[in-house]
Ligand binder design. Structure first.
Ligand code: NAD
Length: 246
């Protein structure tokens, strides 16, 4: 018996990076995994890699798209046991560079997207379900140009505390993971042609002496998703190679 046999999972941003690695692990452990993301071609490729999965294209910042995702999950008729909100974006901008449009975009996807993802799942979440939100070390680090991103992730962490409290009566656990630098397509998206140089430089400054692998994040999410973490509520689990711990 695998630990997620017969379970249903949703992974937003499940076509790439941390979301994809986690979707693969949940499916390998028996779950049927619904993934969502904006790019249909990437979603199709991800479904082929994951195996036991259904792709529902959509943007987490749009209520109608999130409704469509959960309509599909509902049609399966087994509720929802694991919800991993991984979809998110980042870009670099100092306070004087940040535009109103970019500020809204990062909060729409990272904060409103997380809110819609969890609120609209409420009717489907089974007793004993596990919800995992994705924050970041940037919520606390104060690194230059990470202001809007860090603020959005601090909001996600705050939501995690309140929702852990509010949903505990239904036996639903809510926890947060805070990744440090992880080798995903987010690196080139943020640092462009300097991505490899930045991975080496940032990695060298960590106790781990390297950046993380998406599968190392997936291990932490699988722990929080499973009964192995049955007494863990409202936690913020850093998976950061020690970045924010020293
Ligand atoms: P990634 O770019 O590989 O994956 C992000 C996923 O989110 C992609 O599948 C993308 O299509 C999806 N996505 C983006 N906007 C979306 C939207 N509006 N609607 C639906 N899907 C959307 O990046 P990743 O590194 O795997 O990031 C996953 C999460 O981890 C993000 O929330 C990110 O902020 C967080 N994080 C990453 C790192 C890191 O170093 N990689 C560090 C800290 C936190």
């Amino acid at each position: 018996m695998r630990q997620f046999d017969g379970k249903t999972a949703v992974v937003t941003g499940g076509s790439s990076g941390i979301g994809l690695a986690t979707a693969e692990r949940l499916a390998a452990e028996g779950a049927h995994v619904f993934i969502t993301g904006r790019r249909e071609l990437e979603l199709e490729k991800a479904v082929a890699a994951i195996g036991n999965a259904t792709a529902v294209p959509g943007d987490v910042s749009l209520a109608a798209d999130v409704d469509r995702l959960y309509e599909r999950v509902g049609e399966r008729g087994q509720g929802l046991d694991v919800l991993f909100a991984s979809a998110g974006i980042n870009f670099l901008a100092t306070l004087d560079e940040l535009t109103e449009e970019d500020h809204d975009r990062i909060f729409d996807i990272n904060v409103k997207g997380t809110f819609l993802t969890v609120q609209k799942a409420l009717p489907l979440l089974n007793d004993g379900a596990s919800v995992i939100l994705t924050a970041s070390t940037a919520a606390e680090s104060g690194d230059e140009s990470f202001g809007a991103y860090g603020a959005s992730k601090a909001a996600v962490r705050a939501y995690g505390r309140t929702w852990a409290n509010e949903l505990s009566g239904r036996g639903i656990r809510v926890n947060v993971i805070s990744p440090g630098p992880i080798d995903t397509p987010l690196f080139p998206a943020v640092f462009g042609g300097r991505a490899d140089e930045m991975k080496t430089a940032i990695g060298a400054g960590l106790p781990a002496k390297r950046v993380g692998d998406p599968d190392e994040l997936a291990s932490a999410v699988v722990f929080l998703a499973s009964s192995q973490s049955s007494f863990v509520y409202g936690a913020n689990l850093y998976v950061d190679g020690g970045m924010n711990q020293i």
